[in-house]
Design a protein around this ligand. Structure first.
Ligand SMILES: [Fe+2]
Length: 304
């Protein structure tokens, strides 16, 4: 870690690297708007940045166990499905069923061999890899929580389709690199309901699968969207997907944000734990991610 003198930041519009405190806790992401207020705040504490090479090493520490061939096949399934939705074509059930069969079989076969759940991830254009990764990570959580094979396949399917409604949101809002304004955010939030309706009406899948799209942005302690549900009011598969969704988003490179490593992602998720995730599911996931070598899994509340 390199100590940052706040003077180095003067004149920058936004942070050009992630900022950490002296304990190595993540504080602000690269790209955060450097307002005068933030600059004054940073002048009052010791701040650090990670060495770029060290950071690359941390991120690529665990190589994916999914073969390139399988990864390509899965990305093609994602692309096909997104095109079907965008172009309003009749959906082909084989596209998502086959994708989820491959994902659940691969994850079941490989889960014992991995050191870190991030090894189940693939890398491609975010929109497509995210569908595969959330499906694979959700599936892995389902396996360690003891769901049976049939349920694990349903979890894989729910994860694969959770953001399908985003294909129905205007692309300029979806890909906007800056912060969304209030109206744009309302439109973005509608992806949950749009996805739910699409899955029910066009894919004819059961309610519990469609509910993953509807409920995955709900917070475990309330205050999420679209309905502000709490605890077990939220579909259980969606509670699993919520953890996989945020972890994949944080650990993936996006147009406007660089990936963070697994530990940093879980540090961020733990800070949100009071209101965002089912603590039991998050604890189980952290063990699977090998959080700080399994030394300090420490969650305050027990799950219902
Ligand atoms: Fe997502």
């Amino acid at each position: 870690m390199r100590r940052i003198i706040p003077l180095e930041l003067v004149g920058q519009d936004s942070l050009s690297f992630d900022i950490y405190n002296e304990n190595g806790d993540f504080l602000y992401p690269k790209g955060e708007l450097l307002t005068p207020k933030l600059l004054i705040q940073l002048c009052h504490i010791k701040i650090y940045a990670r060495d770029e090479n060290q950071e690359e090493q941390r991120i690529s520490k665990y190589k994916s166990v999914i073969s390139e061939q399988v990864s390509k096949t899965l990305v093609n399934f994602s692309k096909n499905l997104i095109n079907i939705v965008i172009e309003n074509k009749s959906p082909d059930n084989n596209v998502y069923n086959e994708a989820c069969d491959i994902i659940s079989e691969e994850v079941s076969r490989l889960i014992e061999k991995i050191e870190c759940a991030s090894q189940l991830k693939i890398v491609d254009e975010y929109m497509f890899s995210h569908m595969v990764n959330v499906s694979a990570l959700s599936c892995a959580i389902g396996i360690i929580l003891g769901f049976d094979n049939e349920e694990v396949k349903e979890i894989a399917l729910g994860g694969f389709l959770h953001d399908i409604g985003k294909a129905l949101v205007p692309q300029d809002i979806l890909n906007k690199p800056d912060k969304l304004d209030e109206d744009e955010f309302e439109i973005m939030k509608s992806h949950t309901l749009l996805g739910y309706r699409y899955i029910k009406e066009n894919l004819n899948l059961p309610e519990k699968i469609a509910k993953v799209a509807l409920d995955h942005q709900e917070n475990y302690s309330g205050g999420g969207y679209p309905y502000g549900l709490k605890g077990n009011e939220i579909n259980l598969y969606a509670q699993i997907t919520a953890v996989a969704d945020v972890y994949d988003a944080l650990t993936s490179n996006k147009v406007y944000k660089r990936a963070v490593d697994s530990d940093t992602a879980l540090d961020i998720m733990l800070k949100e734990d009071d209101h965002r995730f089912n603590p039991y599911i998050l604890t189980k996931f952290m063990q699977m991610v090998d959080y700080k070598n399994k030394k300090s899994v420490n969650i305050k509340r027990e799950a219902n």
